[in-house]
Design a protein around this ligand. Structure first.
Ligand SMILES: [Mg+2]
Length: 374
C-alpha cells in the first residue's frame, strides 16, 4: 500500500454534560465528562479520529492524556506513514510510558485512516468479523435507585437484556435490597451482573458474596482492590458464580498472571486500560488459552471509542460476554458522531462502512472543546 503521510494532529479537550449520575465502588461521575479527542490529517485528504477517555480514579487523567498526545506522541506521528500501525505503537511505547488512553486514541485514529484508505471496516483489518451484533449492557449505577429501575424497564422494552449493577458504595444491606428489587421488578430473562469496582474489604468478601450469589448473577466483577490478587483468587475459588477481573488486568503480564494462577474466571477487556485494540486482543488471546472468556468493558467514552471497541470485539471470538458501550446513547447529553452510535434491539450493530464506520461531527467536537492543542 502506498504510504499515507500524516500532515496534521489536533487534540480537542472536550467537556460533555451527562444526563445521569453514576456511582461506583471506586468513585462517582456526575455533571460532565472530559475526553481528549484526536484528529489526524493525512496528505491523501483522509482524516482519522480517536478518543482518549480516562477516568481519574481508574486509568488516569484527561490532562495527562492530552499532554501525551500533544507533546510526546506528536513528534512520532506528524510526518510518519499512517499505515505502519504496529511500528508506530512500538515507537509510542518508547516515547512515553503508560498513558494507555492516549495510545488507544492514537491507534484508533490510525486504523480509521487505514480503513478509509483501503475501503475496509476496522474489523476486517483486524482479521474479519466473527459477529455482526454485540449484546449491549447498561450499568445500573444511579444513586437514585427508583430512577434506575425506571431506566432499566425502559431499556428492557428497547431490547436490552444485560444489566450490570454497580455495588459496594452504599453498604451490603443496600446492595442486597437493590438486587431484590431488580429481580422482583425486571423480567427473569434479564441478566443481572454485579460490579464492585474494588469496593469490598477482603476479609469479609466471601461471606457477603455468598449472599449475592442467591440472586443468580451472571458474574461478580472485581470485588476487591486490583492489587489484592491473592484475595481475588481465593474469592474466585470459593464462589460458584464466575468472578470477573477488571482493575486487576491492565497489561498482558497481568493477564498472564491471572490466567496461569486462575485468579478469576473472566476478564474485562477495555481499550482504555490496555492501550488500544491490538493490545486488547493480546489480553483476550492469553485469556483464551486458559479458558477465560472476556467481556467488552469501557470507560466514559464517546461514540468514537465505542466504535473502536465494537470493531475489536467483532474480530475477537473470545470477547464473548457482550459490551458496555451505553454512554454514547444513554449517558452523554450529545455524542460526537454525526449519526447515532449504532444500537438496535439492545445490540450494537458492527458497522460495514470503511474505517471506524461512522463520521465524526467536527462542529460538535469544537462546540464541546474547552481547549484545542495544535
Ligand atoms: Mg468494572
Amino acid at each position: 500500500m502506498t504510504p499515507l503521510k500524516i500532515t496534521g494532529l489536533t487534540v480537542y479537550v472536550t467537556r460533555i454534560p451527562v444526563l445521569i449520575k453514576r456511582r461506583h465502588g471506586s468513585g462517582d461521575v456526575e455533571g460532565s465528562v472530559r475526553n481528549a479527542i484526536l484528529k489526524l490529517e493525512t496528505d491523501a485528504g483522509i482524516t482519522g479520529w480517536g478518543d482518549a477517555a480516562p477516568w481519574s480514579v481508574f486509568t488516569g487523567t484527561v490532562e495527562a492524556a492530552a499532554a501525551a498526545l500533544h507533546v510526546y506522541l506528536r513528534p512520532i506521528l506528524v510526518g510518519a506513514d499512517a499505515t505502519r500501525i504496529e511500528a508506530l505503537m512500538q515507537a509510542a511505547d518508547h516515547a512515553v510510558v503508560g498513558h494507555a488512553e492516549a495510545k488507544a486514541a492514537m491507534e484508533m485514529a490510525l486504523f480509521d485512516v487505514l480503513g478509509q484508505a483501503s475501503g475496509l471496516p476496522v474489523a476486517e483489518l483486524l482479521g474479519g468479523r466473527c459477529r455482526d451484533e454485540i449484546p449491549l449492557s447498561f450499568s445500573v449505577a444511579d444513586p437514585d435507585f427508583d430512577r434506575d429501575i425506571a431506566t432499566v424497564k425502559r431499556l428492557y422494552g428497547e431490547g436490552l437484556r444485560l444489566f450490570k449493577m454497580k455495588t459496594g458504595f452504599a453498604g451490603h444491606k443496600a446492595d442486597l435490597e437493590r438486587m431484590t428489587r431488580f429481580r422482583r421488578e425486571i423480567p427473569a430473562d434479564a441478566e443481572l451482573r454485579i460490579d464492585y469496582n474494588q469496593g469490598m474489604v477482603a476479609h469479609d468478601a466471601i461471606r457477603r458474596l455468598r449472599d449475592v450469589e442467591a440472586f443468580k448473577p451472571t458474574f461478580i466483577e472485581q470485588p476487591v482492590p486490583g492489587h489484592q490478587r491473592a484475595a481475588l483468587a481465593e474469592i474466585a475459588r470459593a464462589l460458584d458464580t464466575p468472578v470477573l477481573a477488571d482493575e486487576s488486568v491492565f497489561t498482558p503480564a497481568d493477564a498472564l498472571e491471572v490466567a496461569s494462577r486462575r485468579m478469576a474466571d473472566l476478564v474485562s477487556v477495555k481499550i482504555m486500560k490496555h492501550g488500544g485494540m491490538l493490545a486488547g486482543r493480546k489480553i483476550a488471546s492469553i485469556c483464551e488459552a486458559a479458558g477465560i472468556a472476556c467481556y467488552g468493558g469501557d470507560m466514559f467514552e464517546t461514540g468514537i471509542a465505542h466504535l473502536a471497541g465494537t470493531h475489536m470485539i467483532a474480530a475477537t471470538p473470545n470477547i464473548s460476554l457482550g459490551c458496555e458501550f451505553y454512554q454514547a446513547t444513554y449517558f452523554l447529553e450529545r455524542d460526537l458522531l454525526a449519526e447515532p452510535f449504532p444500537v438496535r434491539n439492545g445490540k450494537v450493530v458492527v458497522p460495514r462502512t470503511p474505517g471506524l464506520g461512522v463520521k465524526v461531527d467536527e462542529d460538535r467536537v469544537r462546540h464541546y472543546a474547552e481547549e484545542t492543542l495544535r
